[in-house]
Design a protein around this ligand. Structure first.
Ligand SMILES: NC(=O)c1ccc[n+]([C@@H]2O[C@H](COP(=O)([O-])OP(=O)(O)OC[C@H]3O[C@@H](n4cnc5c(N)ncnc54)[C@H](O)[C@@H]3O)[C@@H](O)[C@H]2O)c1
Length: 318
């Protein structure tokens, strides 16, 4: 398979994530077949995915014609082996438990064509640990969609040390064909998404435990301040735009009050010491120095439009 395009997909485990992944593949007019724990649950999930697609299209969340595409390109297999046997790429999306994923991956390997690529949607399990369930794991990697898969654009691609690198470009092409954006990530538990997300939650819980703020007020601060920037800029671009010297100085305060845990990282200190202050001087982690007018105009438009969207939607109905 390696350098060829992926033109047939199978998804094993058609629950919340597997169903959403199958839906986006079908909407891209790529044939995709699902199988769940048994024939009955596979048919149930197939019907649910179609119902959801109709609902999403009716509410204008999917483009017109999406339902027709899902009906045409998504099918429910009559057996595990029938789902996997003809696929160029098989995505595993069963329960987040090695004792469930392991036998499923071994069964996928046994039923798949020798040239097919196998992906796992695991959120946190190291890919190398799952690779141990395969005889030849060179065609195995993490392909981590985010929840809800029909709407969240990012996908982490996690090769383990034994993954044949030639399998990455066809998977990247598939991710792009289904309208998503992929990022390559080294194999370590939690990868990027969940490691960052869980650290944020842990610190937020610590703030509550220390009596600094209530969960409601912390969520308000996150949503309405730095979280407001995150759809457009990641932490590196944000730091570059703010000024790395300012960040280094803030870390000095943090270190004084919280110890080495929150001291300025060496990479940041080295950049500042060598005159790299971000956008304003010398460039930073990813943003180059120079005329910032286009970036500032983009930023202002982005935040103003996001405000308009939030006004239109109103608060989340908790
Ligand atoms: N839910 C999320 O927010 C989220 C986000 C990203 C990644 N993930 C990951 O995606 C994977 C699936 O999570 P989910 O939320 O879709 O779970 P889910 O419970 O909705 O779906 C899992 C499906 O796997 C099926 N299944 C169980 N054993 C099986 C077997 N032996 N053969 C075939 N199918 C089997 C179940 O019947 C179920 O339909 C997990 O690894 C999870 O960590 C979940």
């Amino acid at each position: 398979m390696s350098e060829q395009a992926i033109s047939k997909v199978a998804v094993i485990g058609a629950g919340y994530m597997g169903g959403g992944i199958a839906q986006v593949v079908a909407m891209a007019q790529i044939p995709v077949v699902i199988f769940d724990a048994d024939v009955d649950s596979t048919r149930r999930h197939h019907a649910r995915i179609l119902t959801e697609a109709r609902d999403f299209e009716q509410r204008g969340l999917f483009a017109p014609g999406s339902v027709q595409r899902v009906e045409k390109y998504l099918s429910a297999a009559d057996s595990f082996e029938a789902a996997v046997g003809d696929a160029d790429f098989i995505e595993e999306a069963v329960f987040e438990r090695p004792d469930v994923k392991g036998p499923v991956l071994a069964r996928i390997e046994a039923a798949a064509r020798p040239d097919a690529i196998i992906g796992s949607n695991t959120s946190t399990l190291p890919i190398a640990e799952l690779a141990a369930f395969l005889t030849d794991a060179s065609r195995f990697l993490g392909v981590h969609f985010s929840n809800p898969a029909p709407f969240i654009p990012g996908v982490e691609l996690i090769a383990h040390t034994g993954t044949d690198e030639r399998h990455l470009p066809p998977v990247e092409a598939l991710i792009s064909a289904v309208g998503k954006q992929s990022a390559r990530v080294v194999d370590k538990a939690g990868f990027v998404l969940n490691r960052l997300q869980y650290v944020l939650l842990k610190e937020a819980i610590s703030l509550v435990e220390e009596g600094i703020a209530t969960p409601e007020d912390i969520d308000t601060v996150v949503r309405t301040t730095f979280g407001f920037r995150l759809p457009f800029f990641g932490p590196f671009a944000i730091a570059d735009m703010a000024g790395l010297d300012i960040y280094r100085d803030c870390f000095t305060t943090f270190e004084k009050h919280y110890g080495a845990r929150l001291a300025s990282p060496k990479m940041l200190t080295d950049l500042v010491d060598s005159g790299h202050l971000g956008l304003k001087q010398g460039g930073g982690f990813i943003v180059e120095a120079g005329d910032s007018s286009a970036l500032v105009a983009y930023r202002n438009t982005a935040y103003a439009r996001l405000s308009q969207l939030l006004d239109e939607l109103g608060p989340a109905p908790f």
